[in-house]
Write a protein that binds this ligand. Sequence first.
Ligand code: HEM
Length: 402
Amino acid sequence: MIPYMIMAFLFLLAAIFAALEASFSSWHILPWFNGMVWLRIHFITIGVVTQIIFGVTPILTAKYHDLPRPKMRWDIWALLNVGFILLLIGIPLVNKVPIITGGTLIFSATILLFIQLASMRAASGKSGGPKNGRKFYISGLFFLLIGILVGTGFFTGWSGPLGIVGDAGEVHIHANNWGFLSLIFAGLFVDLYETWTKRPLASQRAITPIFWMITLGALALVLSPWLNDKNLAIVGSVLHTSATIWLLVLAIKPLWGDRAAWTPGIAHLLASYFWLFAPLSMAPFVIFGIEGVMPAKALETTTPQALIYGWVLQFGYAIIPYFYQRFFLGDEKAQLGGTWLTFALVNLGSVFLWASILIEPLRSPLHGAAYMLWILSLLPITYDVWQKTKAGMVQAERGVQN
Ligand code: HEM
């Protein structure tokens, strides 16, 4: 697990500089450059969040199947990180060779992780019971495979041969967010909510219907832009949104009225979903191209940023420091990360990003300010992760010297 954490920390530092570039280019302090759109999103999505997911899901799945902690899979780690480095070269250059090679390596890493998690069930012969985030992880990885395929094909002309009739960018974003990350995050709730809150989710029987509603909702939301079928978008949005709300109700109900339970970490986890729902609530304006009421074009091109910084990164603020404390320092009593300051700054940043969509005359200054607020929210988290990484390395090296 440690090699994933070292790489995630490195890319967290790089994400700060990508966000700084995004802010300064909106304020016309620094020039825009090719690949900046990709870098400001993928240092977070692949470099940090996917990295941590690839590290923790085998450990959590083994734990809930009473299996020994799995050995470090250096092959999966190397394929993921060499693949990402090749994309970091290929995407800004828009060069097919490093893009296709990088995408193929990450695709292979995902397949190997998929097989590792799927085979864990057989080894234990145990179904894992209700606390079974595994099926969410496996379904999530299936959508990541679709996301990687379409993302790799984006600049290399694969969308046509793949039969994508509608917007390939939307297929990619939907597969990775409504599919991959929604399912992984739901799986983490299923496996760890009780550890985080010292009480169970409000219902265990609801977990399987939620699993199928998110999975089928995500499938419809991927097929909709793929086949350019708007009805699928409506079916998918309804299924996915109601399942996600149902999951949040299961998480909020046991905490209701218990002030002490509402830590910044829990607030980060739950409030982050507001920024998942926000783009969905705007979907009708984009789907039906209603320009007059909402700036549909600006919505389409800008909401992915609020999705990744407001939802994915904010969710990460809670779980990333937790996983470093839990698996780098071996602390079973690890707490969720984040503070009320990071909570205020990351959500204010998302408000500013949305304001930049809605208030056209102030679009650039607000967009730059949004990224500056996100950077300010990233600094305390990065410092916390650095402290844990440093302490973890001292502990690991002390182990070697003994
Ligand atoms: C091998 C892996 C991946 C490849 C090759 C890839 C490729 C791409 C490409 C080419 C774009 C278009 C960039 C542009 O318009 O300039 C893009 C956009 C995007 N990707 Fe990925 N991607 C990958 C993984 C992911 C993952 C894992 C996620 C999220 C979990 C993700 C989320 C996004 C988002 C949100 C955008 C829209 C960015 C924006 O428009 O601001 N991608 N990706």
